[in-house]
Design a protein around this ligand. Sequence first.
Ligand code: UGA
Length: 439
Amino acid sequence: MKIAVVGTGYVGLVTGTCLAEVGMEVTCIDIDQKKIDSLKQGILPIYEPGLEEMVLRNTEKGRLQFSTNLAESIQGADVAFIAVGTPPGEDGSADLKYVLGVAREIGRNMNNYMVVVTKSTVPVGTANKVRAALEDELSARGKNFDFDVASNPEFLKEGAAIEDFLKPDRIVIGVESEKAEGIMSKVYKPFLLNGHPIIFMDIPSAEMTKYAANSMLATKISFMNDIANLCEIMGADVNMVRKGIGSDARIGNKFIYPGIGYGGSCFPKDVKALIKTAADHGYKMQILESVESVNENQKSVLFNKIQKHFNGDLKGKTFAVWGLSFKPKTDDMREAPSLVIIEKLLAAGCQVKAYDPVAMKEAQHIIGNKIEYANDQNEALVDADALLIVTEWPEFRSPNFKVVGKLMRDKVIFDGRNIYDTKEMHDAGFTYYGIGVKP
Ligand code: UGA
């Protein structure tokens, strides 16, 4: 199989590399010459566990190539994946200019049948626009050969993307011809060894599946955050409630951890986009509107607890922050709750000393030198009035609390991810605040 993947962002790079890993001939294409040059040398634009080794291995074997030349790279391809960005426009809708721009360029250059697959998260109806763009360009060239469009949303989690691609829970593909279905089956056959299915469906349903999945997951989180906040008011413990409801198989025990709000490049963007798509068609997504507003409020709960603890007197206080990325195992800072918390602390006249195992450089780009960056987690604690757990990196789970307490000015912990046990913290002499638990 010969595959072209356009866009070497997170989705494109993981897709291309994993397809090469199972033996396909893959070219990853990007307009960014610098990015392509770096990739050729095995330097990746993102941090994703396991990806760098896999890129190097497949580049060495010659199965994975990088190029800025789309026209050349799509010749003879069986499948061209479009995996470029869909940044949110000002009104929350996904901006399709890159996706449709790539479709046009494919149309200007394709010389054989291929399946043109949208892999980026795109609103329902986009595949039709991709088809129209391709037809337009082909007819401008006086060509009239066959092609197919398809929609193949991805369900990768940052930090676990390779595992998710190689052993997917399911693969969803929207197609409209048997020929395209046959080719896409061939592409994904090597990844179905764990018995999980490819679900073929019509294209609009595939496009909707992605938004429905992310919106449902975001809903679970906002729901649990709402319950956690109420638990605090009512003197209940959300950790117990979570276990209590999660053991009902209909509810499930995954993705019901309260915290300081969901972030990242997907949930916030996709929830907004679905609300907007619905509104454009005269329908109000009432639940999702609430999901969004609960999430916005949740990013402030840790700061509100801090303010209450210090009776509003925060000026001159120093806070250690453990974790900056929106979740562990990534350096992604997009929509990270840490940004909101840090901004509030700085506005209140506090000093912040932060540490993150991989996101420090990324954070520095965004936050700049308004905060201090510690070389390790203990250094961040020196003379801190309190410690904030913002991202639940594994290395923060079991620190030596004797050392932690000694380094800090005061033994206070605000845990935005409930990684510690209240009783253990009290026994160790800490004042401890979690989310949805009694202080
Ligand atoms: C999410 C989806 O999980 C993927 O299936 C999807 O492919 C991806 O978006 C996408 O659309 O590309 P991702 O954004 O990498 O993946 O991160 P998640 O692990 O889903 O976490 C999202 C946010 O929810 C994080 O901020 C995390 O801290 C938060 N979260 C997650 C909670 O607050 N509680 C939980 O129980 C789980």
